[in-house]
Design a protein around this ligand. Structure first.
Ligand code: GLA
Length: 709
């Protein structure tokens, strides 16, 4: 089903997924354009597509939006996806198509289009990949300096921009963008705005994916709803800095170009060197934003996550309960209480190592604090396992407190420029993870920490952005380019994670960056869940989780019940049960009644978590927080529905809720009994809900239905 077809006569390359087609056409060796990206077309239909007219009027339409990788050069004035400087300061690229290759792969196919500059030694390969069972089209680019050291062709090429691909959108009556914005403790806030003529850029210059934007965008014609309409989405699988620009021309058409790195950084390519960009993923769907999200979730499960078939355990983490105030006895006391609730994974957070008793010291000194853990971590780890739970630990490998043994020994290991301040944030500096010695140091202690204690879960944190990002040794070496650290930092984080996982197959990793600062399809390829936000207030969480769910699946969304207690315990549980449930409250302070409630709800979650974590997700009702909203999950014959009405009397409170995604002809019955209702009735007339929600504010409920044989 997923395939690549080449029509040599018409010079058309067609990539097909189950429901979509993406077609490229070479009108000349230097005129490569995108013909179609959208609903699947037959090969006869694709054969009749016509490319854009190549006009040359002085102020006529440039063709850069149509190109798969518009360059800085020639008759182009749009946002370049590829921008380089050749020796002699030549900025204008002139690429010609020199070949193509189709490779059949396990579960899909790949198309490589090979281009080269007419004169200078640069080869550019446009890679495309389609997969069985997913409508996502994956693209990336490899640049190669084809010159020879010591010869005239051997001078380096400077790369200022190397996007992974530019996606042309079809002619629509209007264009609208959905993306997310946010901040620390207010991540993933959905933003849906018309795309004006001009350039709309989302970017991170922070050195990580970021809290204020996330590298994806959805474009529709302004009329799509949750259930109806075509949506074109683009997502970049990368956890460092990035830029994504949607351009709309006044004359018509729009395109999205995306890639790693931020404006202003330059990478030097020496003879024989290659620069490979991270994948940019394009997905066309019909069926509204809900269908787009479900297709992204399916892709994440099928093609990105390392262990998609697994079910994530219920965890306990004491951070919000005791923060840095931890020791062996205190952790064991909490572990006992957690085990009694049915928790399956106990995670010790910050404060267990070196002199780390608050945020000002010890970061970088990754040995157990001798006063807090006089016999090391083993007694705690063993006790946790005796209680029937797995043992997990918090780490922040990319950072250092200046007040630490590590910094005193290696002040040159942090990012810094000569004659510039080393600005601290949270009293910490950023280690230059692009350095080989720093990477090896990190791998070494992580490997020992995991291996020596049977650690099966790391919460990998990163609590500040990069600044003063210098690498003086690279700057001084004459041929160095210190901007490379913006890429290599992230690549080395990935490399350490990959090596750890290879050495410790039972290890699972949570990506965290001061809450939800590192959530993307790049990190999700080597982690198992992500910390969604440091904001654990259930009401705030609803909009955060709503934004998160637009692209990322519930099975990776860590959600804790804590003592952020504006909402009652049951409501807090019901919100956290919409993802990977965790508990983060101070169990020592919970009353026996609260502990009973928690025990019951943990068990209820364990009964629905396969449906939540692996099912198809439907967002129902009003926007979360406004009136009645719900999330529904369907997996096989099982349906789980979580209903929320935070404020009675604010907004409508309907008596029924129309469900989605059911088999219209099948009959469904609630686990608690009650009448059988057909899928059609539940989807068209709705499920009666008035009696299920308690009166007053903070009403919530879990409803389980099962399809009858
Ligand atoms: C970050 C994380 C928190 C916690 C602290 C520890 O803020 O998001 O969950 O781990 O660090 O310092």
């Amino acid at each position: 089903m997923a395939c690549v077809v080449v029509d040599r006569e018409r010079r058309v390359w067609t990539l097909s997924t189950e429901h979509t087609t993406y077609a490229l056409h070479a009108a000349g060796d230097d005129k490569l354009v995108q013909l179609h990206w959208g609903a699947r077309l037959t090969s006869a239909e694709t054969a009749r597509l016509t490319g854009p007219p190549f006009t040359t009027a002085p102020y006529g339409l440039p063709l850069d939006l149509e190109e798969p990788l518009p360059v800085d050069g020639g008759l182009r004035w749009g946002v370049p996806s590829l921008q380089v400087t050749f020796p002699g300061g030549v900025r204008s690229l002139e690429l010609v198509l020199t070949g193509d290759e189709v490779v059949q792969e396990d579960g899909g196919a790949r198309l490589d289009l090979v281009l080269a500059d007419r004169h200078f030694p640069l080869r550019v390969v446009l890679h495309h990949r389609v997969h069985e069972g997913s409508d996502v089209i994956e693209r990336w680019v490899t640049l190669r300096h084809t010159g020879t050291e010591g010869e005239p062709s051997g001078e380096p090429v400077l790369v200022h921009r190397a996007d992974s691909g530019n996606w042309l959108l079809p002619e629509l009556t209007d264009y609208r963008c959905s993306s997310i914005t946010g901040a620390w403790a207010a991540e993933t806030q959905l933003q849906r705005v018309p795309l004006p003529a001009g350039e709309f850029t989302l970017t991170s210059r922070h050195g990580l994916t970021g809290h204020h934007a996330n590298p994806w965008i959805m474009v529709d014609d302004g009329t799509a709803t949750e259930e109806h309409g075509e949506v074109w989405s683009v997502a970049l699988a990368w956890s460092g800095t990035w830029r994504l620009t949607a351009q709309r021309r006044f004359e018509g058409r729009a395109a999205v170009t995306a890639g790693f790195g931020h404006d202003g950084v330059t990478w030097r390519l020496a003879p024989g060197e290659e620069l490979s960009t991270p994948p940019v993923l394009g997905l066309h769907t019909d069926g509204g934003f809900g269908a787009a999200s479900r297709a992204w979730h399916r892709h994440g499960r099928a093609r990105v996550l390392p262990h998609p078939a697994e079910t994530r355990p219920v965890l306990y983490n004491s951070w919000e309960a005791v923060e840095f105030d931890i020791d062996e006895a205190g952790q064991i006391a909490l572990a006992q209480k957690a085990a009694d609730l049915g928790v399956e994974l106990f995670v010790m957070d910050d404060g267990w190592f070196g002199g780390r008793t608050d945020s000002t010291a010890g970061l970088g000194d990754w040995w157990p604090n001798p006063e807090r853990f006089p016999h090391g971590l083993r007694p705690l780890a063993d006790k946790v396992r005796t209680l029937g739970m797995e043992f997990g630990v918090w780490v922040e490998p990319e950072m250092v407190n200046p007040d630490s043994e590590l910094y005193r020994a290696h002040p040159d290991w942090v990012l810094h420029h000569p004659h510039r301040r080393r600005d601290e944030l949270r009293t910490q500096l950023v280690l230059n993870f692009a350095r080989d010695d720093v990477r090896e140091w990190a791998f070494g202690w992580l490997d020992r920490l995991v291996g020596d204690h049977g650690v099966t879960f790391l919460k990998w944190d990163m609590n500040r952005a990069l600044s003063q990002a210098g690498w003086p040794e690279r700057a001084r070496s004459g041929d160095g380019d210190q901007d490379r650290l913006w890429i290599d930092h992230t690549r080395n984080v990935y490399a350490v994670m990959d090596r750890l996982r290879a050495r410790h197959p039972a290890l699972r990793i949570e990506s965290c960056a001061g809450g939800g600062g590192r959530v993307d399809f790049g990190v999700l390829a080597r982690t198992d869940e992500v910390w969604t936000s440091d904001n654990t207030d259930a009401f705030h969480r609803q909009s955060i989780q709503h934004g998160f769910s637009q692209v990322y699946p519930a099975g990776v969304m860590a959600a804790w019940v804590t003592d952020a207690a504006r909402a009652p315990l049951e409501y807090r549980f019901h919100v956290a049960m919409a993802g990977v449930l965790g508990i983060g409250g101070d169990l020592n302070a919970w009353t026996p009644q609260q502990l009973d409630t928690a025990r019951r709800l943990v068990a209820e979650y364990q009964g629905i978590r396969t449906v939540v974590q692996h099912g198809e997700q439907y967002r129902l009702g009003a926007e979360p927080g406004r009136g009645l909203s719900a999330v529904q999950y369907v997996h096989g014959d099982e349906v789980a529905l979580l209903l929320y009405r935070p404020g009675a009397g604010v907004g409508p409170s309907p008596g029924v809720l129309r469900l989605a995604g059911l088999d219209p002809d099948a009959r469904y019955r609630e686990d608690d009994g009650g009448p059988d209702l057909s899928g059609r009735t539940l989807m068209r007339a709705g499920l009666p809900i008035r009696d299920r929600l308690p009166a007053g504010d903070w009403a919530s409920a879990l409803v389980r239905l099962r399809r009858l044989p």
